[in-house]
Design a protein around this ligand. Structure first.
Ligand SMILES: *Cc1c(COP(=O)(O)O)cnc(C)c1O
Length: 431
């Protein structure tokens, strides 16, 4: 029995007291469960006894379960990769805000201050002069929930049947709104809604607001009609209703690369009382629901009890403020120059012995559907895709090929990316 390898598995006490384990400052319950699980793997022969300590340390040293990914899909706001990658300025600001910060304190007087998020609001108002005031909440959905609840109470908001949007993963805006006391009054048809439909609905006793939702992730073409914001403003004024505009994407001002994408500045100019947008789509920041509009309306939102439940945290406030004040990776990738994308792709293709093909990037994240962003990709055999994914590179698989698009990859990562592709090709050839 003495040569049973299981007898060589390090004992729990020895592992717990090992100086390298101790130095990690890990949660004691976590340490015990990692040790037990690793010992068990050794007992069933999945691990050599000599490997137990190393495995325990490796598991405890992992910073978290999320793994960084090189986005080689060409999709700028990639929902499954966490939407917008943050700028260095935002990342730094968030790290600095991690400790104690004067988020609700006036350091001059030593008094409590109710100016939470003041810097973010100032930056947003500076970037969108058409807005009188702003409020930031947890995400776009929370913004919609708070706005409709605060402005409609137990009344109705009018919405076109062409704008009853599912934003993804089964989340439907109408169901979200109706989870509060607010009732939706649907008007028009899927493809056509007219001013007369809004006017008829606006006369109802319970009508409080008109909600216009930008159908951000689909397009209706053909025999269509909808009512634009300036005309909705007129109707809202005739009947004393609020005009809420949910834009989704969070483009602050017009961008010629995506000419059909509506922007916050324009919606406010055209008379929206409040505009709702996400922070982590085209704005390029951390997850947020950004509400910009009239002072009186924003004040109502701030006072509503739901506001506390969707409150924005200090770390993201820091990140969002820095995002608005600096150039973002999203802007950079959206406007990446096709010729330099081609040169980078050709350089990588030359090193790994592959070809370069034209490849269109996309805005993604439910923004500017159908808009192509012309660029280039390194073309690899389709079987490379799973091998690259295991290495933390997400390529696009399309028509029997694995395409590596450099649009959303910082040029500083090109060498690392080349190594991953070479390794994947080597592995493929060895199989
Ligand atoms: C994305 C989107 C939302 C939801 O925003 P989140 O920040 O994901 O909660 C709401 N409305 C529209 C039109 C959107 O595109």
């Amino acid at each position: 029995m003495s040569d049973d390898p299981r007898r060589r598995i390090p004992r729990t006490d020895a592992l717990l007291e090992h100086p390298e384990v101790q130095a990690l400052d890990a949660d004691p319950a976590l340490v015990k469960s990692v040790i037990a699980a690793t010992q068990q793997r050794a007992r069933v022969g999945a691990l050599a006894p000599e490997e137990v300590l190393g495995e325990v340390l490796a598991e405890l040293r992992r910073p978290g379960s999320l793994r960084p990914v090189l986005n080689a899909t060409g999709v700028v706001v990639h929902t499954n990769l966490g939407r917008a990658p943050l700028s260095q300025a935002a990342t730094r600001a968030m790290a600095e805000a991690a400790g104690y910060v004067d988020v609700e304190l006036d350091l001059d007087t030593g008094q409590r201050s109710s100016d939470r998020g003041r810097g973010t609001i100032e930056a947003l108002l500076h970037a969108t002069p058409g807005a009188e005031d702003a409020l930031v909440v947890n995400n776009g959905a929370a913004g919609l929930l708070l706005t409709t609840a605060a402005l409609c109470g137990a009344g109705e908001t009018i919405i076109s049947r062409g704008e009853l949007v599912e934003i993804g993963a089964g989340f439907r805006l109408p169901e979200l709104i109706e989870s509060t006391a607010v009732r939706l009054y649907e008007i028009g048809a899927t493809n056509r809604t007219h001013p007369a439909d809004y006017r008829a609905a606006a006369q109802r006793d319970g009508a409080r607001a008109i909600l216009k939702v930008h159908p951000s992730n689909f397009r209706v073409e053909g025999f269509t009609a909808s009512v634009d914001v300036p005309e909705l403003r007129q109707i809202a004024d005739e009947f004393g209703l609020y005009l809420i505009v949910d834009l989704g994407s969070g483009l602050l001002t017009h961008d010629a690369t995506i000419p059909t994408e509506p922007d916050i500045h324009e919606a406010l100019e055209q008379g929206a009382d409040v505009v709702i947008a996400s922070g982590d789509k085209l704005l390029g920041g951390p997850q947020a629901g950004i509400l910009l509009g009239k002072k009186e309306v924003i004040a109502k939102l701030k006072k509503h009890p739901l506001h506390r439940a969707v409150r924005y945290d200090k770390i993201r406030h820091a990140g969002l403020e820095a995002t608005v004040r600096h150039r973002t990776p999203v802007q950079e990738y959206l406007h990446a120059d096709s010729a330099s994308l081609r040169a980078r792709a050709e350089s990588i293709a030359g090193e790994v012995g592959a070809c370069v093909v034209p490849h269109d990037g996309r805005v993604g994240g439910g923004g500017a559907p159908g808009v192509a962003l012309p660029g280039w990709a390194v073309e690899l055999p389709a079987a490379c895709a799973p091998l690259l994914r295991k290495r933390g590179v997400l390529p696009r698989t399309h028509e029997g090929a694995c395409l590596v698009d450099l649009r959303c990859i910082p040029a500083a990562e090109d060498a690392t990316l080349t190594q991953h592709i070479s390794a994947a090709l080597l592995q493929l050839n060895a199989e």
